[in-house]
Write a protein that binds this ligand. Structure first.
Ligand code: GDP
Ligand code: GDP
Length: 434
């Protein structure tokens, strides 16, 4: 499983600056997708072949007693409990504060692995900084500057050291790994019950630690699937508060682990920001996607037209995904979802040969040439496949850094269509030969 790094600290120490730096490399790939809704608190990063998730807990004030600040503190505590590594950020310019000490206590008590990041350390004497913050009892501080990028790489290396490299082992053997994602009460558990059958879920209703990935193999129509838990599974039959029932981090981890994500929305409700954030995260992760609009049994024709418009308007960046209108409760439309999961999985894993990719590339360029940029005319020469799930197409040529985002999107669409890939995003990377 991908490690989750959780950034904690009092307001203004530089948490969001650090978050941006830790998630930047991956952002560049998708930053110019039109309509993509980004959550400022959850992101992806990668160091070499070690991918990770990053969570910024925002303005964390552990002593808050009520209101929105209290709500944020609760969410931060949930994130802390699910962290693989905590990064505790302090500010060397203001020095050690009493609030830092309160947070340090709380973090130490969580028992999660903890790194202390002494931020805004550019031009500061490391020995002096270390001596001051050593007092927190969180080990020797890593002196960093998030704004200037100093020491950040070393911090991440340290955080990821205990975790193995990404392995592509037995990805293809056991059928698609499927996660069902969506906000609370859209009907995820109901769909899971319908897919697995009641007995199966009860059998898996056992306590586990937060990081025990629950994977449930199942078969439908002679095909094998593996369902990845998004937290709803173990809690069946019990009543939980919403905040406990729905765990953003577990959802994100399950999305990362999956090959195909079924994004479920509720036909009786408006599409909300939370729906769009989850969708944005799935796109960011490059996962194949099927959209299930649930509770179709509970809405009339007027509402059906409305929700269709709502989806086109607010989730337009999911254009590549099939949309199914279903009732998890009545078991209607489930076969359609699984058939789209199969297609999306096949598309995400498609193998495309260099000669064929190059032929398609040449045809795409003949149909529409990339625009000239000043004295430069980008020249696209050949293409090879650089990865799967999502398929990555690496294009070689000259002056490729001048290709505008709109042309890259044209190429993405062209490749998806030429290879008949339904249900997966596709990424283009450029390699300029000089
Ligand atoms: P957050 O409230 O903890 O998320 O803090 P922000 O990331 O919003 O940063 C608060 C302020 O500190 C901003 O004005 C940043 O520009 C500044 N800041 C962040 N990192 C650094 C750093 O490494 N050096 C300096 N000098 N300023 C920084
Ligand atoms: P989760 O939080 O996403 O796991 O949602 P649940 O599966 O717990 O469902 C939330 C509520 O919606 C429950 O009361 C379900 O009975 C109801 N529900 C789920 N699917 C459907 C459906 O297809 N139609 C209708 N009418 N209600 C549904």
């Amino acid at each position: 499983m991908k490690p989750t790094l959780v950034i904690v600290g009092r307001p203004n120490v530089g948490k969001s600056t650090l978050f941006n730096r830790l998630t930047r490399s991956r952002d560049a790939l998708v930053a110019d997708q039109p309509g993509l809704t980004r959550d400022r608190h959850y992101g992806h990063g990668r160091l070499g072949n070690k991918p990770y998730l990053v969570v910024d807990t925002g303005g964390f004030e552990p002593q808050a007693k009520e209101g929105i600040v209290k709500e944020m503190a609760l969410q931060a505590e949930a994130a802390i409990a699910e962290a693989d590594v905590l990064i505790f950020v302090v500010d060397v310019r203001t020095g050690l504060t009493s609030q830092d000490k309160v947070i340090a206590d709380l973090l130490r008590r969580s028992g999660r692995p903890l790194l202390l990041a002494a931020n805004k350390g550019e031009g500061m004497d490391r020995a002096v900084v270390s001596a001051e913050f050593y007092e927190l009892g969180c080990g020797a501080p890593c002196v960093i500057s998030s704004a200037h990028g100093e020491g950040v790489r070393e911090l991440v290396e340290l955080a990821l050291a205990p975790f193995p490299d990404e392995s592509e082992a037995d990805e293809e053997s056991a059928g698609p790994r499927v996660a069902i994602a969506g906000r609370p009460n859209v009907g995820k558990s109901t769909l899971i019950n319908t897919l697995l059958g009641e007995d199966r879920v009860i059998a898996f209703d056992m306590p586990g630690t937060t990081r025990d990935a629950i994977e449930v193999p199942f078969e439908r129509n002679g095909r094998a699937y593996t369902l990845i838990d998004t937290a709803g599974l173990r809690r069946k039959g019990r009543v939980f508060e919403t905040i406990e029932k729905f765990s953003v981090i577990k959802t994100l981890q399950a999305v990362e682990e999956a090959n195909v994500v079924v994004l479920m929305v509720d036909a009786t409700q408006e599409i909300s920001d939370q729906d769009a954030h989850i969708a944005g995260f799935i796109i960011d992760a490059g996962r194949a996607l099927v959209v299930a609009v649930n509770k179709w049994d509970a809405v009339d024709d007027y509402r059906r037209e409305q929700i269709k418009l709502d989806i086109t308007r607010k989730l337009n960046f999911l254009g590549f995904a099939r949309v199914h209108y279903v009732s998890a409760l009545k078991g209607q439309g489930i076969a359609g979802i699984l058939s789209s999961v199969d297609k999306a999985y096949a598309a995400a894993m498609a193998k495309m040969s260099t000669p064929k990719l190059t032929r398609v590339l040449i045809a795409a360029v003949e149909k529409q040439t990339p625009p000239r940029h000043g004295a430069f005319r980008p020249k696209l020469r050949y293409a090879h496949q650089g990865g799967s799930n999502p398929p990555i197409i690496v294009i070689h040529g000259n002056a490729l850094e001048h290709i505008p985002a709109s042309y890259t999107r044209y190429l993405e669409r062209y490749f998806l269509e030429a290879f008949k890939l339904q249900g997966t995003p596709l990424r283009i990377q450029y390699k300029t030969t000089t």
